[in-house]
Write a protein that binds this ligand. Structure first.
Ligand code: AMP
Length: 395
């Protein structure tokens, strides 16, 4: 992936440049953008195109409009916000590949920016339909993919169009694969991975890939209970994936054979019910009462994990340590975010819920890198090729 052409390798002046970005931002029920981080992350590529006097035609998806026009998923609010951030007009098309988009694209001048409507208004988009890809491609002379968040999907706008145009990646994808790629393939050591979140099954690919690379693996969150069970502990009503117990055992054996330090939470915050009001206490992870469930890592585990983070040179984290959406069970996640924020090493947050947690807790600025992709960053950590990057021309 490191040998892909980048936006800086291409002659852009006066050219129609079709750019796929990830403007899939969260919105409230009134259609107001509640977090514009993804728009801000796209600015570097857009500004570069403007400064190079390209005719910039942007495209993105937003939400799941199920293949038909739905004003609720219009990119109009994105155009407005983008225009404020750029301090420049962003011309909004009323359709994706229809007459309005075509007309506006034909009249676009060098240095101007326009935005096509939500590509998912067409069911062909997610099917990577050839005709639809061709229609999209006909808007540009060059294709830039800078939508890391959808790079793991082979859709028309993220992959299909590349067959018809010279292509390159933008600055955001470059940053994502440079930082995460180096961390995985050539990390400064000790290299530690912290995995959490609800389920083992979501993270198996990541565990298996990283087991060949890390020095230390910390496992917390809901997925830890399947490992604790595999060690023979009783875990009460904690979340368990019965069919993954053998796999958890195999992973622990493999780590031991490879000399990798695999740590599980030594203590656990337990409650009777899955809610913030349920009385809670901390117990040893080998003694979780029958009528209780583990919802966060305990204080000893927090200290132990924080110590490992302090000693590491590269830290990759994916998945919260507990049910961080409830403040009482967010202490483990908070402690780790804090420890990472103090680290002098390279700190990488692998997108999704852990990125949201770090944002919520106010440590976002202290990390080396917070991936903008949830699924994409997981697949990257699994060592998989991402179709949206694979299709781009090599240098
Ligand atoms: P993921 O999307 O796989 O990273 O999982 C994130 C979700 O895991 C969050 O919604 C957390 O509330 C949930 N989670 C973390 N720890 C636990 C736990 N001990 N029990 C149940 N759910 C958990």
């Amino acid at each position: 992936m490191q040998n892909k052409k980048t936006i800086e390798d291409l002659e852009l002046v006066g050219k129609k440049v079709l750019v796929r970005l990830d403007f899939n931002v969260p919105m409230d029920s009134e259609g107001k953008i509640t977090d514009d981080r993804r728009i801000k992350e796209a600015l570097k590529t857009i500004t570069y195109l403007i400064n190079n006097n390209a005719k910039t035609i942007l495209m993105s998806h937003l939400g799941r409009p199920k293949g038909k026009f739905d004003m609720k998923y219009s990119l109009m609010p994105i155009a407005k916000r983008l225009s404020e951030l750029l301090n420049k007009e962003v011309i909004m098309a009323r359709d994706v590949i229809g007459p309005d988009a075509r007309n506006k694209a034909d009249n676009l001048e060098a240095g101007q920016v326009m935005l096509l409507e939500n590509v998912r208004f067409h069911p062909e988009e997610e099917k990577n339909n050839e005709l639809f890809s061709k229609s999209l491609a006909s808007f540009g002379e060059i294709y830039i993919n800078d939508a890391f968040g959808t790079a793991h999907r082979a859709h028309s706008s993220t992959a299909g169009v590349a067959a018809y145009l010279p292509s390159a990646i933008g600055f955001l994808i470059k940053k994502e694969i440079d930082i995460m790629g180096k961390a995985i393939s050539n990390p400064e050591r000790p290299f530690i991975a912290i995995l959490g979140g609800a389920k083992v099954s979501d993270k198996i690919g990541v565990i298996e890939n990283l087991l060949d690379k890390v020095d230390v693996l910390l496992i917390g969150g809901g997925m830890a209970y399947t490992f604790l069970k595999a060690k023979g502990y009783e875990i009460g009503k904690s979340i368990l994936e019965e069919e993954k117990i053998d796999l958890a055992r195999e992973i622990m054996d493999k780590a031991e054979k490879k000399g990798i330090k695999l740590l599980l939470p030594i203590d656990t915050v337990v409650a009777e019910e899955f809610n913030a009001e349920s009385p809670h206490m901390t117990v040893d992870s080998s003694a979780i009462p029958e009528n209780m469930m583990g919802l966060d890592i305990g204080e000893k585990a927090r200290d132990m994990f924080s110590q490992e983070i302090e000693n590491a040179k590269t830290i990759v984290w994916n998945g919260p340590m507990g049910v961080f959406e409830m403040d009482v069970f967010a202490k483990g996640t908070l402690a780790l975010a804090q420890a990472m924020s103090k680290s002098n090493g390279i700190t990488i947050i692998g997108g999704g819920d852990s990125a949201a947690a770090v944002e919520k807790l106010g440590y976002a600025d202290k990390m080396t890198h917070i991936s903008t992709g949830g699924g994409a960053s997981l697949e990257f950590l699994e060592g998989k090729a991402l179709p949206g990057i694979e299709v781009i021309d090599n240098k």
